[in-house]
Design a protein around this ligand. Structure first.
Ligand SMILES: Nc1ncnc2c1ncn2[C@@H]1O[C@H](COP(=O)(O)OP(=O)(O)OP(=O)(O)O)[C@@H](O)[C@H]1O
Ligand SMILES: [Mg+2]
Length: 733
């Protein structure tokens, strides 16, 4: 006996063709089943409550007892926030029950070829009751009364992809079963022939003649369907179980179900014993029911499969989706193809806010955070000095050496430094200048290369200038080489002894130990991104990113395995220079293997993708492909075309909303979902993360209050992990 749990998809975001895809599966059922070609699709309403979300968080959160006091306090605030805001969400669980010739894994693979995702049963099916007391057509159990109604044997009308959604969305739970029987082609033809013949002999008048004409035309239609490739004939019977605390309410609910299924239901309740059949682990044995083609069956089952509510609870809350369901995300879930995130959005749309919010909540899950803050307004002081470390770059206390060793290969290291020289306008990038710089840089790096982990005696730019001057004075060289070397030494001077030496020309004094759970690099005092100094900023930023990546590598070499989220805001300025863009893109691709999630944010795709290099490649394209999460906030109308081009699976209805998106709202592409999310923060997070002044003042007050409060919070226990058995399914009456 096979019971699989089917994984629904969202009709709002799915490819319309998906509804029809399982047609061949149903048509092929006689070849897949042992015994009668029958199957049951069991539909069970379940609730996702705030307790589930809180328990899910506890499964991945660091226990409070292991957190420093400030984080313990934040954790309890976050849990309070979950309790106050998470609403109960009703969703449908779907199960396929059949006597399959295939083992579970083969059936799962087969279903996936028909666009139906499924998994083995890994938890008991949530049933209305375990043991009931039958009373003809009612069952009493746990203080409730249950009844079951079934579909009529004859159905008219057409199936619609959303026909069951209204019933699923009722504000009381329903349990429904769709029993399916498949005719083999031969038996279907025979059955149709019989029906047609008996209709031909029906020579009555009035109603009887009409019915006969009806049957004749229906049979014609069915024959036509059967001749289509892959289609078959089926009978179906649909049953719905409803419960209520009193008979009056039960009757009301049954009427509501009759009115919302979109299927013609019998006007009376079936014998209670039928409930036991529905909830048994066996496929149906009855074969009578309404005749339906595989096409109609696909639409009907599609309407069950396409009612999707997100149910993931292990991770951190990002916000609520368009159905008010909580969106819980765990960036470091092993199943994710990468841990990277791309964030796009107009100025003020909420990129930085959303990113920091997700990061802070992941901090509670034991993730280490690194942030590059271009605006200098991130203030996480509430975390305390043990947790939070901030470096302000561009001061003499935090300078960066342009020659820092940030690549494992000497060739890449030399190329990286040359790219920065070009970015700064020190070198024109001519063949001869490149050759001279190559000679100088290799000369400098070669002796160091075997001691790659040792950063203490990295040369400074002065060493480059000195060697260039030596070449320029070397009469054994050609005049051209001497003059080019002299030129390079001259343009380098401001970076060694002149106005820019404080930024570039000294040993790195920035702390790259990454020893704190949260490190913020404030680069707001670096030259601004706009205007003539923008390249300075890009150059410094690229060395900073490279230095941080190298520091992470060194940490990993020493055996540190703590996952890291690394956020680079204002990504676009790094994407302008192809060598830098290619470096970043490569780091991005390999980040997963270092247990690093790189989060990059930018205003729009043009800026994020960067200009094309000589081979026509925009380095942002592979980055997009290597991100498991993409959040798109407000975009101007003019951006719709490029968004459409790079996100072909976002339906048009969502794309057209992009220019209307309000602050803090985004379209989110997650590894297994496509949603519209409103990012929701607690008042405390709002105060701490906001760049608005009045919020900052509030944050100060809240923090003062925190200091006063005690840090003790009880530690909660997680639920048991019992494995289900087939005992978990049948219902006893
Ligand atoms: N989800 C949200 N909930 C509450 N307030 C928000 C939310 N998102 C944004 N805000 C408010 O809007 C302000 C601007 O958002 P944010 O700084 O994240 O924009 P941004 O997209 O990063 O813009 P920029 O490109 O200018 O950096 C925040 O400081 C905060 O006050
Ligand atoms: Mg921002």
């Amino acid at each position: 006996m096979t019971i699989l749990q089917l994984i629904p998809y969202d009709i709002l975001t799915a490819d319309p063709a998906r509804i029809m895809a399982p047609l061949g599966f149903f048509a092929g059922m006689p070849r897949l089943t042992e015994g009668a070609p029958t199957a049951r699709l069991l539909m069970v309403a379940d609730n996702l409550s705030q307790e589930h979300v809180i328990n899910g968080f506890h499964q991945v959160a660091v226990p409070a007892s292991e957190l420093p006091p400030t984080m313990r306090w934040y954790k309890s605030l976050y849990e309070d926030f979950l309790r106050q805001t998470v609403q109960t969400t009703r969703y449908m669980k779907l199960y396929l029950i059949m006597r399959s010739r295939l083992d579970d894994q083969s059936l799962i693979r087969l279903l996936s070829t028909y666009g139906v995702r499924s998994e083995p049963l890994n938890e008991p099916i949530p049933l209305p009751f375990q043991i009931g007391d039958p009373d003809w057509n009612r069952v009493h159990a746990d203080g409730q009364t249950y009844a079951v109604i079934r579909s009529k044997l004859q159905q008219t009308g057409a199936a619609h992809p959303r026909m069951l959604h209204r019933m699923f969305a009722l504000d009381f739970p329903v349990w429904a079963a769709l029993d399916i029987f498949t005719y083999t082609t031969g038996s279907a033809m025979k059955m149709l022939q019989q029906k047609q013949i008996s209709a031909l002999y029906e020579r009555g008048i009035g109603q009887a003649a009409d019915d006969a004409a009806n049957v004749t035309s229906t049979v014609k239609g069915l024959r036509y369907e059967l001749n289509r490739v892959g289609a078959a004939l089926h009978t179906i019977r649909f049953s719905v179980v409803v419960g209520a605390s009193n008979p009056g309410l039960l009757n009301q609910r049954l009427e509501m179900v009759r009115g919302t299924t979109g299927i013609e239901m019998e006007g009376w309740e079936s014998n209670a014993g039928h409930m036991k059949k529905i909830f048994s682990a066996e496929p149906p044995t009855d074969t009578d029911g309404a005749i339906i083609t595989s096409t109609g069956l696909s639409v009907l089952t599609g309407s069950a499969l396409s009612y999707r509510r997100r149910t993931n609870t292990t991770g951190a809350l990002a916000g609520v989706d368009q159905n008010q369901a909580p969106v819980v995300i765990n960036i470091f879930d092993d199943k994710n193809p990468s841990y990277n995130v791309v964030i796009l959005g107009q100025t003020g749309a909420g990129k930085t806010f959303a990113t920091l919010l997700l990061m802070l909540r992941h901090l509670l899950m034991g993730v280490r955070l690194i942030v590059i803050d271009p605006q200098g307004n991130i203030d996480l002081n509430f975390l305390g000095d043990d947790v939070y470390h901030k470096s302000v770059l561009g001061t003499s206390a935090a300078s960066i050496n342009i020659l820092d060793i940030v690549h494992d290969e000497i060739a890449n290291q030399v190329e990286g430094v040359m790219a920065i020289f070009m970015m700064l306008g020190i070198s024109t990038g001519s063949i001869i200048q490149r050759a001279i710089l190559d000679e100088v840089l290799v000369d400098i790096y070669q002796p160091l290369w075997d001691r790659i982990d040792d950063h203490t005696d990295v040369p400074e730019l002065g060493a480059v200038k000195q060697r260039l001057e030596q070449i320029s004075a070397d009469h054994g060289r050609s005049d051209q080489i001497r003059s080019e070397a002299g030129l390079l030494a001259y343009t380098l001077a401001p970076y060694v002894t002149g106005s820019r030496s404080a930024l570039f020309g000294r040993q790195t004094t920035v702390d790259f130990s990454l020893d704190h759970p949260v490190t913020v690099f404030d680069i707001s005092s670096l030259p601004k991104a706009k205007g003539k100094d923008s390249n300075l900023r890009a150059a410094l930023l690229s060395i900073l990113v490279a230095d941080i990546n190298q520091a992470i590598r060194n940490k990993r070499r020493r055996g540190d395995k703590v996952p890291i989220l690394f956020f680079v805001d204002e990504m676009g300025i790094l994407m302008r220079e192809p060598v830098i863009a290619s470096y970043i893109s490569e780091e991005y691709k390999t980040a997963r293997s270092r247990r690093v999630g790189m989060i990059v944010a930018d205003q729009d795709l043009h800026s994020f993708l960067g200009p094309a290099d000589e081979s026509g490649l925009h380095h942002g394209v592979p980055m997009l492909a290597n991100s498991a999460f993409q959040f798109i906030f407000l975009q101007q109308s003019g951006q719709k075309a490029i968004v459409r081009e790079h996100f072909p699976d976002i339906p048009e209805a969502m794309i057209s909303k992009l220019p209307l998106m309000s602050q803090g709202t985004c379209i989110a592409k997650l590894p297994d979902d496509l949603l519209q999310i409103a990012i929701t923060a607690s008042p405390f997070e709002q105060a701490v993360l906001s760049s608005r002044l009045q919020d900052k003042e509030r944050a100060q007050k809240l923090m003062a209050q925190m200091v006063k409060e005690t840090f003790e919070t009880p530690i909660r226990q997680n639920g048991n992990g019992r494995q289900p058995t087939s005992e978990d399914i049948p219902i006893a009456l």
